[in-house]
Design a protein around this ligand. Sequence first.
Ligand SMILES: [Zn+2]
Length: 828
Amino acid sequence: MKRIYIITILLCITTILSAQNIPSPKQFLGYELGERFTPCYRIDNYFNTVAQASPSTVKTFKYGGTNEGRDLVVAFISSAQNIQNLENIRQNNLRLAGMLKDNTPANVNMPAIVWLSYNVHGNEPSSAEAAMKVLYALADPSNTQTKQWLQNAVVIIDPIQNPDGRDRYINWYNNAVGKNFNADPQSREHDEPWPYGRTNHYNFDLNRDWAWQTQKESQQRVKLYNQWLPQIHVDLHEQGYNAPYYFAPAAQPFHEVVTQWQRDFQVTVGKNNAKYFDANGWLYFTKQIFDLFYPSYGDTYPTYNGAIGMTYEQGGIGAGLGIKTKSGDTLTLTDRLMHHYTASLSTIEVASNNAKQLVTEYKKYFDNNINGIGLENTTYVLTSSDQNKIEAVRKLLDNNSISYGITNANLSGYNYFDNKTETFKNEGYQIAVNTLQPKGRLVKVLFEKESKLVDSATYDITAWSIPYVYGVNAWATKDKISLSAYTMPAAIMPVQSNYGVLIPYTSINASKVLAALLLQGIRVRYSADDFTYNGKAFNKGTLIILKGNNQPNWLNAVNTACSSYNVQPYAVQTGFMDAGADFGSSDVHFIKAPRVALLTGKSVSYIASGEVWSYFDNELNYPISQLMAEDMDNINLSGYDILIMPDGGYDVFDDKANAAKLEDFIQGGGKLIATESGAEQLAGFNWSGLKLIEDTAQSSDSIIQKNYGASERDFLTSFIPGAIYKVQLDNTHPIAYGYSNFYYTLKQDARVYASIKGGWNVGIFPSNAYVAGFVGSKLKSKLKQGVAIGENRYGRGSIIFFNDDVLFRRFWENGKMLFANAVFLAGN
Ligand SMILES: [Zn+2]
């Protein structure tokens, strides 16, 4: 710590000497912005250099790192007085929001906080170039206009939200471009290869991850965000290169919790931006495409946290340094960054000019949440017999700075699982969340059964209610109830045994324990039957680890794994059970540590294969080989026990030899796990036993005059952007161990499968399966009954399929155990 102080003092001395000598981007980089792409480390260096040259008005700090070891950096820019007062401004801002309670009253005469985030999608690179220009304009002492704005505004700049994706794109681009750029759209430099720079290291879209924070970058960024809670947040993107610029106001649907003030100020910002774009003759559009509904975007998340949250979009994906657009113009990187620069400065200007009102309305937003004005008092009480399922919800709440507790009230409310109003039943563990708190609107958005959709033309999922996503029962009540402190889990007690240990198999945590033990070569069995030992009931799937045949450190390994994943093991002293299968029974199966491979590459969805990769790497902590599907003819499958085939096109299996190789793999004892359109591909092979239920409702031949102007509405009748359906489970099958007899799935398409002859229909859609979210009217009637999850044995192997994405964005908590079961338990 002391060393840091000394370094800081030294830095201060050197920077005072060089103050006022602030390099422009060109002086620092050696080229004009827009002439080439700037790698992440040089952008970071520029930010740090400007901060060192102007320590009284610019501060930078590293708030984290990426999967590939790049820095996440943020800068604070304001007047010297505000920068000196920065920590007070931050604390006061949290007092305004009701997020910091102490004896100091909140002061509304404070600068507005404007947070500008650039380059969340790595292959939308013009925004980070613009960020350097924005920084210089704000820091340059000769720029009197920005100096005036910064009296009333603190600007926070995150120049690169996704450094791994950005460098992936520009490193590729630099080796594809010649001495001069080629504007021909068909030239290779405009055809970025798989897996593209849009996403982070694990192919996750960070602009879908703000609320869930499954990814390292979002976890660190949103933590910092919640320490500041700005009045304005802008997320600067790029879209297809033929599109004109987009800025606020946003498109419908708006979530109903978006306040009138938030709607109005979006218009104020948009008009100010328009003033500059009009003066330059630049085209733009507003109020279309980019809606405010799904809560995990860089515009909606800030909106549900009291800010004016906005997306700006420049045309430019794939444009490189320059490209010919369909209007015949050449769009250059310089054009693109100038538009982002102009919109950024315009936003700072309008925030500064309206600082007083912004801060006052901001306080009102949070006061209204706390007092339940314009927001109905609702308490959501969630309960489960498994503590880890409640703990997963608790972590989500902590990550979003939402307060919670538990209740002993004898309450009655709407039950999420049976859709009835009834008395709350504590299933063992609980967590309760109330809307009467600073984050009240966010609580409503995340926990209500279904968000009101005023317009169905949204391009993301329409249902994400936490009780269904986490698979925990919930009651919503309007009763005024007080909450007491949440009970944190007690430490896991290590056990002693000279015979063996049992591990209840009731949450994904138990699957993680299993993965850890298999990796260490510990021999693990599971019971396919319920049994009772010492008066305690153990369900199917319970893991059994015996001293016999195991290595000497077996007990230590079990205790350590159980402690790290919060699972309480039970010691057993005999293999003779009170009831049910003894350990020597044929119902007790040995679990082989599987060698797992994942198909990936350009015929596979990069998002879906990234989910599986990240699930193994960061959740199960279990090795997985990534095979390039297009190299199938050269791949030797004999080294694997499991092949995973996520969503994808798989034209590689149109080749007869490749298809035969897949068939041989299963016949020879391999296990194939296929999801979404990966499973649909298999339905094309007779041997798979999978059959899609086709749409039999063909349209009649009568001539219908369609309304051309209403074509979008017409499209919506066959549209399902993502809705929640209930799947009835056969929990005597290993894929469904640890579940009750149902599961809530995210349905994103109309696919359903016919009953599998000779196999197991593990999950089916019952006739009343629909739960929440938008489903087009034509689809709703079609989506009736069918198979959602199944297993078919073929030869010595087996085919397991999931109709839907059970690992969706890795926040669909309740699907994770299904996937682990398919990997470790099924087919043994
Ligand atoms: Zn984008």
